[in-house]
Design a binder for this molecule. Structure first.
Ligand code: GCW
Length: 718
């Protein structure tokens, strides 16, 4: 081959590798060849040999990942030509397997990390340079390996490393709302990744890649099935399949959990009752637990949705959530299992403001739940809206572990067509101050246990993945799976740092790409709030499937399923009065917080209509009337999506065509739908405000009747 051809070939490999077809399957574990030659050489010369310590499956996984990652980023030169005089060594292994002289170098570090934490340290000894990745467990080492690889993926220096990191939350879990027929409730990325029919014998390689992706961000648990549960998952036929998945996940430090249908003792056990105080029921659950643990010794435990939206529960027998949760807790306690009992409960027989209903069912029972019960609370008191004030239960149960439930799938945020970076939203809730133990009692502190000194801690994220080739349908939304995992590991991280990492790992380190796209991501959540539910509006999505606007819906059987229940628009104004003159939901917050929410002069306008019913001509802080301000917010949301499109259009040279087009086409859909939201909502509310659209707001493209006539019987995820 002529020199010229070789040059052209290597040029195209080096400079165009990120422009080759890329279906997005590899997520943030792209391990792209490092194009900055001097940086690549520095890395190459700092890692000449990999030395594993220990030979567990987890260490083998870590070894394999290091080889894949380093070969990808550093090229085939890496380890291809074993040198005689190796000077730069990378050792990895848990403390128990490391040679004494290496342990000595790490000094006290092992006491400063917890059982899943890791240490990455450089040192020189007897003329050699060492990097060691270690921890108190093999899984800690694996986390260290992923984080070491991330240093290279994000082009950081690997000189003089001295990193000690531990997860701040113990149970870092994905919740799959996946059904046994492979449909996914509120799933917008294809069907379930669990191929129940072909399990347990056929193990789709995707299960392993799923485990890798999760471990790389520190997720250590997965609930395989929907909280609207089917009892069949607890029968031997399915448990065998669950066991097969657990075996795939175990080396990656991931435990399997299942949802427990409360009426399972009747449905699959042949009992007449599921009363939590009935001896036969108690024994049935104990036996079921021991049957599961025989197959899966490290089974994590159960998640339960009880007495909510038609699910069976202890209240069917005049018992309460404590009775229900403790029943299951006792069954799994001998095996160190836990129960995650959901607080998402509300009843159509209760006329109380839906936002208030969970609190009295749980908070008065603080201290009565067994030690291995966590109460799983959604971030807000209604239901995963584009913006919700934090749930009043956070900080309010000092004796009961409270875990967070975030939704990663975008049930109310435009499905997987809308590019919304959710860590911004998660961060807002995690940083919210509950004042339950005075100023600074932020939600994150209740979750990591430091606020009330809690032993069990957890976070759950309702997964957004399915069997689409790129897992999340929209490449941009991979960032939400990633970001959720990062925040479950450390709830104090900034959304900005997460976006930065994800972009570099997923696409490129080029600043000309990173800076504008990071900005785009960080603004994307406010955009969706603006074009869907500005100023504290909520739950005005169309009925059932929640796709598109439906503020007019008023005919559903349950009052609190109707958007009109939430916005209460009338000729006098709009918004839900949750102050003492209304439902008084604010009384569930600490007095300092309630005072702010109650007071029109101090409440943030972001939450205005969540807590107040205000007149259409109410003066906003910018001097505009509420009507004008609302209309302008809707327009602003649309404009923000336009800006996202303009930004993305500039990026064609930085991204492979496949992922570029995936995002581009979806942004165009988002733009169309943002306008749909703006027009439909403004036309609807205008019937009450009777005011003209202010200057700067585009004229609606269709009539209100047109928007109301749209029907989507086959919208996904329903
Ligand atoms: O958000 C609502 C959804 C239901 C879901 C429920 C829940 C799994 O509309 O689809 O059911 O919340 O969280 O239990």
């Amino acid at each position: 081959m002529s020199k010229k051809i070789i040059f052209i070939l290597s040029f195209s490999i080096v400079f165009c590798s990120n422009l080759l077809a890329n279906d997005g399957y590899k997520l943030w574990l792209q391990y792209d060849y490092i194009k900055n030659e001097s940086l690549r050489q520095t890395y190459l010369s700092s890692i000449e040999k990999l030395v594993p310590s220990g030979n567990s499956e987890t260490i083998n996984v870590a070894f394999k990942e290091l080889k894949t990652g380093l070969e990808g980023m550093l090229g085939s030169e890496f380890l291809s030509s074993p040198k005689k005089d190796v000077k730069n060594i990378l050792t990895f292994g848990a403390k128990t397997n490391l040679p004494e002289d290496v342990i000595l170098q790490l000094g006290n570090a092992f006491n400063e990390i917890n059982n899943e934490g890791y240490i990455i340290k450089s040192y020189a000894l007897r003329g050699k340079n060492h990097i060691v990745i270690s921890g108190n467990s093999d899984v800690g080492v694996l986390y260290g390996v992923y984080n070491f690889l991330k240093l290279l993926q994000t082009n950081k220096s690997i000189e003089k490393l001295n990193i000690k990191e531990s997860p701040k939350i113990k149970a870092r879990i994905l919740n799959h709302w996946d059904n046994l027929d492979r449909t996914v409730e509120r799933g917008y990325s294809g069907f379930s990744i669990w191929d129940w029919h072909r399990l347990p014998d056929y193990l789709d390689p995707r299960y392993t890649d799923y485990a890798r992706a999760n471990a790389s961000v520190g997720i250590n648990g997965t609930v395989l099935n929907n909280v609207n549960a089917n009892a069949l998952i607890l029968t031997p036929h399915y448990l065998e399949k669950v066991e097969a998945l657990a075996n795939v996940f175990r080396p990656y430090g991931i435990k399997v959990y299942l949802t427990a249908r409360f009426s399972a003792p009747i449905e699959i056990g042949g009992l007449k009752t599921a009363d939590p105080l009935d001896t036969d029921v108690i024994n049935w659950w104990k036996e079921k637990a021991s049957e599961i643990y025989k197959r899966i010794p490290d089974f994590g435990g159960f998640v339960v949705k009880a007495n909510s939206e038609g699910q069976p529960g202890p209240q069917d027998y005049d018992r309460n959530h404590v009775d229900g949760a403790n029943l299951l807790a006792d069954a799994v306690a001998p095996f160190n299992g836990i129960v995650m009992w959901r607080a998402f409960v509300y009843s159509e027989h209760d006329a109380t403001d839906r936002a208030k209903q969970a609190y009295p069912e749980f908070v008065p029972y603080d201290g009565q739940f067994k030690d291995n019960v966590m109460i799983q609370v959604k971030n807000g008191a209604i239901d995963f809206q584009p913006r919700e004030p934090f749930h009043p239960m956070f900080g309010a149960m000092p004796k009961t572990p409270i875990m967070m439930e975030f939704q990663i799938t975008q049930e109310y945020l435009g499905f997987s067509t809308h590019s919304v970076f959710l860590p911004t939203m998660y961060e807002e809730t995690l940083q919210a101050d509950t004042y339950q133990k005075g100023k600074g009692s932020i939600v994150a502190k209740d979750l990591d246990g430091t606020l009330h000194n809690k032993r069990l801690t957890g976070m759950a994220g309702v997964s957004n993945i399915g069997n689409d080739i790129n897992w999340t349908g929209n490449t941009m939304l991979q960032a939400n799976w990633f970001g959720y995992g990062r925040l479950a590991w450390d709830p104090y991280l900034s959304a900005e740092s997460i976006a930065d990492e994800w972009l570099k790992m997923t696409f490129t380190n080029d600043k000309k790409f990173i800076e504008p796209i990071k900005k785009m991501m960080l603004n994307s959540r406010e955009a969706v709030v603006n074009y869907m539910t500005p100023l504290g509006l909520h739950h005005i999505m169309d009925t059932g499937h929640h796709y598109g606007p439906g503020p007019w819906v008023s005919d559903l059987s349950r009052p609190e399923w109707n958007p009109v229940y939430y916005h209460k628009a009338d000729s006098l104004g709009v918004g839900f009065d949750r102050t003492p003159t209304g439902s008084n939901a604010t009384e569930q917050y600490a007095p300092e917080v309630a005072k702010v929410y109650n007071d029109l002069n101090v409440i943030s306008e972001k939450d205005l209509l969540w807590f107040h019913h205000v007149p259409w001509d109410y003066k906003l802080k910018n001097g505009k009337t509420l009507w004008d301000g609302m209309a302008l917010k809707y327009q602003e949301g649309v404009d923000q999506v336009k800006t996202m499109i303009d930004t993305w259009d500039q990026m064609e040279n930085y991204v492979d065509a496949e992922r570029y087009n995936n995002i581009k086409m979806l942004l165009n859909i988002q733009y169309k739908e943002a306008k749909w939201w703006r027009d439909a909502c403004l036309l609807y509310f205008q019937q009450y405000s009777k005011m003209p659209l202010p200057q700067g707001v585009e004229k609606p493209t269709q009539t209100l009747e047109y928007f109301q006539s749209l029907k989507f019987p086959f919208a996904p995820g329903n």
